[in-house]
Design a protein around this ligand. Sequence first.
Ligand SMILES: [Zn+2]
Length: 103
Amino acid sequence: MEATAIGHTMDTNPFSPTPPDWAIKATHGVPFCCPTCQASPQAAKQVWVNRRSPVFIEGFNRRKWQEFYLCECDTPWWGWSSDRELPDWLQERNARQDAAENN
Ligand SMILES: [Zn+2]
């Protein structure tokens, strides 16, 4: 699989420090799905992860952050990263980014 495969379908870099316009209008999706059509994050056209403001979970040695999704129905919504399992490609990207930050 090419490392750039995600870039072919998404205009937004999920790890850009600047939120895309659609993310600013996002509403909290509870449970972890689109509040309009209940589609899962996998149906999202675009993804943006707010890694600049991680929230430390008390009592746990882990962070959570806001993940923003632009659904296929054009509804922007967000959820906490701790509310679902990360997809493999995102786990991989996070691991790579964390390793880069620690060096
Ligand atoms: Zn939707």
